[in-house]
Design a protein around this ligand. Structure first.
Ligand SMILES: [Zn+2]
Length: 493
């Protein structure tokens, strides 16, 4: 029997505003779509939190035995500078400023994104489609929405008719907004360009002469609106109705609201069953913003090179820190909080490696392991409550310490079970990895590279006393240099 049938999972659904028992459309299978990055700059830490949250959700669903198809897109066209369909395309603007091709911008920041995701130990999604790779699918959806009477064409652009849609459905059902209030609160009476109403949004935009990224369409040369790509790619890979749609809280409106409207206007009754939103990350109590300097990039976090933090923190520690908060709560990042997490992380890792060495008894175990394991599941089954899970795991850490001290006892069988539960939840579900050691290795290899290079330069200028000194001193420190035909390597003795 699959684990999921024994562990009913409840998920907070942003659409209903309450926790619901998770029931996938097809038994044993889950379709999950998460809005990915717009690749015009380095991924910021707030976005990383969103992707770590959904990685944890992906991992837990897999752990429960579901076959999960996880689709996370790359936005490489169509994302304009503001939500009102104004301004330049973010990628085209960067390309203009850096005087490179838009696809060079896309390539550069997609690589950065993938490297950062790997550093955080996020599993790759099952499919990672791009907006530019799905222009035809997007055009087909626009045609259908026009035919269904929910979009109109003006001067080479196509806009979604929010009012017409709202007459037969409910625009605002996800974000809890009412169209009447939106209309009432809009100050502008004219000046929205070609739109009939300011709430309308672009499905297709006409490309002006200077716009570099453009494709032919039935309405002339242009490019798709940002919201459209997610509707096209989610339905293509997960079907017109699928289980989970996720993203950052900031995408709820207008992006996700527009996605629902598009899919319904296309003809799908209820495109998504469960909407999940991950909350914000703040820095030192304030919203992160490039303009104020209250901002930090992942690589600055790992190297400690940002003035907002006192020292470097490994990706695993940052991940652990983030998972100590519930994904729906706002989380504030600071050096003090990260240092506390680092201590906790090391304690947890130490306890796991100590588990194997615990002395065993043939009598009884001083903790009910089955009950402890069930409480770990209970935490995760309650809307992926990782802070409660981590607190429960620390009960296990305390127990390991007590057995080490001789104040508690454990049987061999229970010791193995204890270790398995740690492995399942710490490594498989939370996705933590022992990276601190690796980071030390990285520092060592960097320093060694430099010493080998200095010795090489000394030898070239026939300064053998210096080159021998480097070799001998390293040997004394337990590091042996070996000169081979491909250069010098080193061994720890
Ligand atoms: Zn999206």
């Amino acid at each position: 029997m699959a684990l999921y049938s024994k562990q009913p999972l409840s998920i907070y659904n942003s659409l209903s505003g309450k926790k619901e028992i998770f029931r996938p459309i097809s038994e044993g299978n889950v379709g999950m779509y998460v809005c990915g990055p717009t690749v015009y700059s380095n991924v910021h830490l707030g976005n990383c939190r969103t992707f770590i949250s959904f990685d944890m959700i992906f991992r837990y669903l897999r752990h429960l035995g579901y076959k999960v198809r996880y689709v996370r897109n790359i936005t490489d066209a169509g994302h304009l500078e503001d939500d009102a369909d104004q301004g330049e395309d973010k990628i085209a603007k960067k390309a203009r400023l850096e005087q490179i091709e838009p696809m060079e911008v896309v390539q550069k920041y997609t690589v950065d994104f993938h490297n950062t995701m790997a550093a955080f130990n996020n599993l790759p999604p099952s499919i990672e489609p791009t907006a530019t790779g799905h222009i035809l699918e997007q055009i087909e959806i626009v045609k259908q929405i026009i035919e269904n009477g929910f979009a109109y064409q003006v001067n080479g652009s196509v806009y979604f008719d929010v009012k017409a849609f709202n007459d037969s459905s409910d625009y605002g059902k996800l974000s809890g907004r009412k169209l009447e209030d939106m209309i009432h609160n809009t100050r502008e009476t004219s000046g929205q360009g070609d739109k009939r109403n300011p709430q309308d949004f672009a499905l297709w935009k006409k490309a002006e002469a200077t716009h570099i990224m453009r494709w032919p369409s039935p309405w002339g040369e242009g490019f798709p609106g940002w919201h459209l790509e997610c509707t096209a790619m989610s339905t293509k890979y997960l079907g017109e109705q699928f289980d989970i749609h996720g993203g950052g809280m900031d995408l709820k409106f207008p992006h996700h609201e527009c996605e629902i409207a598009q899919a319904e206007a296309f003809g799908t009754k209820k495109p998504v069953n469960y909407w999940l939103h991950a909350n914000m990350l703040t820095l030192n109590g304030k919203k992160m913003a490039k303009s104020t300097g209250n901002n930090i990039l992942p690589h600055e976090m790992f190297s400690g090179s940002n003035p907002n933090i006192d020292k470097a923190f490994s990706p695993s520690v940052v991940r652990f820190f983030m998972l100590q908060a519930h994904y729906r709560s706002v989380l504030d990042l600071s050096s003090v909080a990260l240092s506390a997490s680092e201590k906790g992380f090391r304690k947890l890792m130490q306890a796991i490696s100590d588990t194997h060495k615990l002395p065993t008894t043939t009598e009884t175990t001083g903790i009910d392991i089955a009950n402890w394991e069930q409480r770990c599941y209970d935490a995760m089954n309650d809307d992926f409550n990782t802070p409660i899970l981590i607190a429960t795991l620390f009960e296990g850490v305390k127990f390991v310490q007590a057995v080490s001290d001789g104040t508690q006892s454990i049987t061999l069988k229970d010791r193995e079970r204890l270790h398995t539960v740690f492995i399942h939840f710490v490594f498989d579900v939370l996705g933590l990895s022992e990276e601190i050691q690796n980071q030390d290795d990285q520092h060592l290899s960097g320093a060694m590279k430099l010493l080998i290079q200095l010795r090489e330069e000394a030898r070239k200028r026939k300064d053998f006393s210096t080159s021998d000194l480097i070799r001998d001193q390293l040997k004394e420190a337990g590091i042996e240099l070996k000169d081979g035909k491909d250069g010098t390597t080193y061994n720890l003795s």
